[in-house]
Design a protein. Structure first.
Length: 134
Protein backbone atom coordinates (compact mmCIF):
# COMPACT_ATOMS: atom_id res chain seq x y z
CA UNK A 1 0.00 0.00 0.00
CA UNK A 2 1.26 3.44 -0.91
CA UNK A 3 1.97 5.77 1.99
CA UNK A 4 -0.53 8.58 2.38
CA UNK A 5 0.08 12.23 1.70
CA UNK A 6 1.60 14.25 4.53
CA UNK A 7 -0.56 17.15 5.72
CA UNK A 8 0.38 19.83 8.22
CA UNK A 9 -2.59 21.17 10.18
CA UNK A 10 -2.05 24.34 12.21
CA UNK A 11 -4.61 25.47 14.78
CA UNK A 12 -4.49 26.96 18.25
CA UNK A 13 -7.44 24.76 19.27
CA UNK A 14 -6.49 21.27 20.50
CA UNK A 15 -10.08 20.16 19.93
CA UNK A 16 -9.96 21.20 16.24
CA UNK A 17 -6.64 19.40 15.85
CA UNK A 18 -8.05 16.23 17.39
CA UNK A 19 -11.12 16.21 15.13
CA UNK A 20 -9.14 17.01 11.97
CA UNK A 21 -6.44 14.45 12.82
CA UNK A 22 -9.05 11.69 13.29
CA UNK A 23 -10.88 12.56 10.07
CA UNK A 24 -7.70 12.71 7.97
CA UNK A 25 -6.01 9.65 9.49
CA UNK A 26 -9.09 7.51 8.84
CA UNK A 27 -8.78 8.57 5.18
CA UNK A 28 -5.12 7.45 4.97
CA UNK A 29 -3.40 10.82 5.38
CA UNK A 30 -0.38 11.27 7.59
CA UNK A 31 -1.12 14.28 9.80
CA UNK A 32 1.36 16.58 11.51
CA UNK A 33 -0.09 19.21 13.81
CA UNK A 34 1.11 22.44 15.34
CA UNK A 35 -0.47 24.90 17.75
CA UNK A 36 1.94 27.81 17.19
CA UNK A 37 3.71 29.45 14.27
CA UNK A 38 7.12 28.33 15.57
CA UNK A 39 6.00 24.70 15.78
CA UNK A 40 4.57 24.91 12.26
CA UNK A 41 7.80 26.32 10.80
CA UNK A 42 9.86 23.68 12.62
CA UNK A 43 7.72 20.79 11.36
CA UNK A 44 7.60 22.26 7.87
CA UNK A 45 11.37 22.51 7.60
CA UNK A 46 11.99 19.02 9.05
CA UNK A 47 9.45 17.07 6.98
CA UNK A 48 8.44 16.96 3.33
CA UNK A 49 4.83 18.17 3.50
CA UNK A 50 2.35 17.71 0.63
CA UNK A 51 -0.18 20.29 1.86
CA UNK A 52 -0.73 22.76 4.70
CA UNK A 53 -4.06 23.60 6.33
CA UNK A 54 -4.07 26.61 8.65
CA UNK A 55 -6.88 27.89 10.86
CA UNK A 56 -7.27 31.59 10.12
CA UNK A 57 -8.16 32.46 13.72
CA UNK A 58 -4.87 31.57 15.39
CA UNK A 59 -3.98 33.05 18.75
CA UNK A 60 -1.71 35.03 18.84
CA UNK A 61 -1.52 36.42 15.33
CA UNK A 62 -3.41 35.04 12.38
CA UNK A 63 -3.23 32.07 10.08
CA UNK A 64 -2.39 34.39 7.17
CA UNK A 65 0.91 35.30 8.87
CA UNK A 66 1.82 31.62 9.24
CA UNK A 67 1.02 30.96 5.58
CA UNK A 68 3.27 33.86 4.57
CA UNK A 69 6.17 32.45 6.61
CA UNK A 70 5.73 28.97 5.15
CA UNK A 71 5.36 30.27 1.57
CA UNK A 72 8.73 32.01 1.96
CA UNK A 73 10.28 28.62 2.75
CA UNK A 74 8.57 26.59 0.00
CA UNK A 75 6.10 28.45 -2.17
CA UNK A 76 5.22 25.39 -4.25
CA UNK A 77 3.45 23.56 -1.39
CA UNK A 78 -0.35 24.07 -1.54
CA UNK A 79 -1.60 26.00 1.51
CA UNK A 80 -5.19 26.65 2.53
CA UNK A 81 -6.66 28.94 5.16
CA UNK A 82 -9.69 27.56 6.99
CA UNK A 83 -12.09 30.13 8.35
CA UNK A 84 -15.26 32.08 7.79
CA UNK A 85 -14.71 34.24 4.66
CA UNK A 86 -17.34 36.75 5.84
CA UNK A 87 -15.38 37.60 8.99
CA UNK A 88 -11.88 37.61 7.50
CA UNK A 89 -10.64 41.12 6.98
CA UNK A 90 -7.30 42.77 6.48
CA UNK A 91 -4.63 42.53 3.80
CA UNK A 92 -4.62 39.81 1.15
CA UNK A 93 -3.22 36.45 2.15
CA UNK A 94 -0.68 34.28 0.34
CA UNK A 95 -2.72 31.07 0.65
CA UNK A 96 -3.76 29.06 -2.39
CA UNK A 97 -7.30 28.82 -1.07
CA UNK A 98 -9.70 30.07 1.58
CA UNK A 99 -12.24 27.47 2.64
CA UNK A 100 -15.26 28.13 4.82
CA UNK A 101 -14.83 25.59 7.61
CA UNK A 102 -18.07 26.65 9.30
CA UNK A 103 -20.32 25.64 6.40
CA UNK A 104 -18.35 22.92 4.60
CA UNK A 105 -19.38 19.31 5.19
CA UNK A 106 -16.57 16.87 6.01
CA UNK A 107 -17.06 15.01 2.73
CA UNK A 108 -16.47 18.17 0.69
CA UNK A 109 -13.46 19.11 2.81
CA UNK A 110 -11.93 15.67 2.19
CA UNK A 111 -12.58 15.92 -1.54
CA UNK A 112 -10.95 19.35 -1.73
CA UNK A 113 -7.95 18.12 0.26
CA UNK A 114 -7.58 15.15 -2.08
CA UNK A 115 -7.60 17.38 -5.16
CA UNK A 116 -5.36 20.09 -3.70
CA UNK A 117 -2.77 17.71 -2.23
CA UNK A 118 -2.44 15.94 -5.58
CA UNK A 119 -1.40 19.15 -7.35
CA UNK A 120 2.27 19.45 -8.08
CA UNK A 121 3.50 22.99 -7.51
CA UNK A 122 7.16 22.19 -7.91
CA UNK A 123 9.80 19.55 -7.63
CA UNK A 124 10.00 17.53 -4.48
CA UNK A 125 13.50 16.22 -5.13
CA UNK A 126 16.07 18.10 -3.08
CA UNK A 127 13.45 19.95 -1.03
CA UNK A 128 15.74 20.22 1.99
CA UNK A 129 18.45 22.03 0.01
CA UNK A 130 16.02 24.83 -0.89
CA UNK A 131 15.05 25.23 2.78
CA UNK A 132 18.55 26.09 3.92
CA UNK A 133 19.10 29.88 3.68
CA UNK A 134 21.97 30.88 1.42
Amino acid sequence: MRPGKVLLYVSSSEQDISVMRFMLKTNRYRVLSATTADQAVSLFTETAVDMVLVDYEMRPGSGAEIVTKLKELAGYVPMVLLGDPRTISGPMHDADGLWDKTRMPASELLLRIKVMSAKKHGPRVGWKQRMVPA
